[in-house]
Design a protein around this ligand. Structure first.
Ligand code: HEM
Length: 515
């Protein structure tokens, strides 16, 4: 045998051995994984991903069952699509599955991943941050402290919409509700410490732009997440973009904090206690004695509230309006309830909300069909786990497809129909269909220890917004426009075409709009 042939022979032998070892390793690695599409070597199912990920995963669940695995580059995704398996993941093995697989884009905007609530693993810091937020800001008692602020913001929105109505000008309903929600959340966070109304409006506008970019980016496929070894090359430039967005937020937060600290040092009259004041005090004390609380935590929490609370809330209101505008019979029922409780000689107030069960049922049905986070925020086990008898390896990205669960015909009668009555007393076949995540077929806010931290605020804001929009105005599509209910997937799901409509006043006297 000459030397060239020997070299070729050796290379072939080596290649065969390599292929054998690769196959053996991947067979061992795949041992007892949930079933799923085979995918291509190296890239797995990445090339066949459909941008409408929630609907694509629902179709795959139809083929492979209520738990399937899908290889996305070097990452393993596991998708759960039944109430029983959602219970296994979110309740029975809650702690094991409570970790997060932090996307590269989130690392920067969450100040490194370990500083805020959403992307922090469950542990002392996460516990302290959540406790601080829920107790001081997002609990029913915390919200009660700033009821006046919400009333003021809603009055402002009412005045603004009335001016739009006078000019017969179309309103982008989602954008308007975003601004209202943003003003309420930032007002709750730092009160009036950023000065004039005009300055607040400018901050609100800038935030909307930034939040939209962030949620868009978090939903976009990123090579760095599928091939962590390539993350340092940031091939799509997503990390660079998220650094820029983070810095813009950071500068705004720093300005707001600095103003407050300077005012405190100058011995200014202390502002009404707000969340920022509370956090700065905790930061000064260095934490709660057991767990540290730093200025980075202050900013990361501000980011959590601003990013987590705004689009989720305003998109829900936009969907509710779109559903009702295509269903005049249901719209008439909401109006009937509003006219009976509030009438047309007064403006709806937060105190009216508990007397509006049909309106609340409309919002629950909206969140069933259009959950703001259709795949929730993915969970991640920090050790190997077993679900439905299958192995879910540590580090897998676990999606609970609540969008599909809440449309499951095995659970819901006429699942595609918009029927608020199913949420009225006696309509839920004895199930407790509320936001607590106790029934695993209705999970718009998740369930278990990672359940949404802002439910009480979301509940009030969506109900107040929808009540005001419908009690004070009639809404018409601009001439020639068509209303559809098409969705566009992102980490926070959007209406594919924004709802734009023209308001007409329906209160008895114009003065009511400026009271
Ligand atoms: C209609 C409005 C909203 C919906 C549908 C919603 C839904 C959700 C869902 C599904 C999760 C993920 C649960 C999980 O990972 O298991 C979540 C997490 C979270 N939400 Fe909301 N949310 C809304 C509004 C808000 C508001 C107003 C705030 C605060 C101002 C907020 C703050 C948070 C935070 C901080 C988390 C992270 C919790 C954690 O990881 O421990 N959300 N939300």
């Amino acid at each position: 045998m000459d030397s060239a042939a020997a070299l070729l022979y050796a290379a072939l032998l080596l290649a065969a051995a390599g292929a054998y070892l690769y196959l053996a390793a991947s067979r061992r690695g795949n041992h007892n994984l949930p079933p799923g599409p085979r995918g291509l070597p190296l890239v797995g199912s990445l090339p066949s991903l459909d941008p409408q990920l929630h609907a694509y995963f629902a179709r795959l669940a139809g083929r492979y069952g209520p738990i399937f695995s899908i290889r996305l580059g070097s990452k393993l995704g596991v998708v759960v699509t039944s109430p029983a398996l959602a219970r296994e993941v979110l309740r029975d093995q809650d702690l094991l599955f409570s970790g997060r697989d932090v996307p590269d884009a989130a690392r920067s905007i969450s100040y490194g991943g370990g500083q805020n609530i959403v992307w922090n693993p469950v542990g002392p810091t996460w516990r302290l941050l959540r406790r601080v937020c829920v107790r001081e800001m997002l609990s029913p008692a915390g919200l009660e402290n700033v009821r006046g602020l919400r009333d003021r913001e809603f009055r402002d929105t009412l005045r603004h919409l009335h001016a739009q109505a006078a000019a017969a000008a179309p309103v982008d309903v989602g954008a308007q509700m975003f601004l209202t929600t943003m003003n309420v959340i930032t007002g709750t966070l730092w009160g009036s410490s950023i000065g004039s109304d005009a300055e607040r409006a400018a901050v609100g506008k800038e935030f909307r732009h930034l939040v939209a970019e962030i949620t868009e980016m978090l939903g976009a496929p990123n090579v760095s997440d599928f091939f962590p070894a390539l993350a340092r090359f940031d091939l799509q430039g997503i990390r660079r973009k998220s650094d820029v967005l983070k810095e813009r937020f950071n500068q705004m937060f720093a300005r707001i904090i600095e103003q407050r600290v300077r005012a405190d040092q100058a011995g200014a009259e202390p502002p009404a206690p707000d969340f920022l004041e509370y956090m700065l005090k905790l930061e000064k004390e260095g934490g709660d004695g057991k767990t540290a609380f730093t200025m980075t935590n202050v900013k990361a929490l501000l980011m959590d509230m601003v990013v987590g609370g705004t689009e989720t809330t305003s998109n829900t209101v936009e969907w509710a309006m779109a559903e009702l505008m295509t269903k005049p019979r249901l719209l008439a029922k909401v109006r009937e309830e509003l006219d009976a409780v509030v009438g047309r000689d007064a403006v709806v107030e937060e105190a009216h909300l508990p007397q509006l069960p049909y309106l609340h049922a409309v919002l629950k049905e909206t969140l069933r069909l259009h959950p703001a986070l259709p795949l929730m925020v993915p969970h991640c086990p920090d050790a190997d786990a077993t679900v439905a008898g299958y192995r879910v390896p540590a580090g897998s990205r676990v999606f609970v497809n609540v969008w599909a669960i809440m449309r499951d015909p095995a659970v819901w009668e006429d699942p595609a129909e918009f029927v608020p009555e199913r949420f009225l007393p006696g309509g839920g076949e004895g199930r407790k269909l509320d936001f607590t995540g106790s029934e695993m077929d209705y999970l718009p806010f998740g369930s278990g220890r990672r359940i949404c931290a802002g439910i009480a605020m979301a509940d009030r804001m969506t109900a107040y917004s929808l009540a005001m929009l419908l009690q004070a105005f009639d809404w018409e599509l601009p001439g020639g426009a068509r209303l559809d209910l098409e969705e566009r997937f992102a980490i926070v799901m959007k209406k594919a075409t924004p709802l734009v409509a023209v308001p007409t006043p329906r209160l008895s006297r114009p003065e009511l709009y400026s009271a």
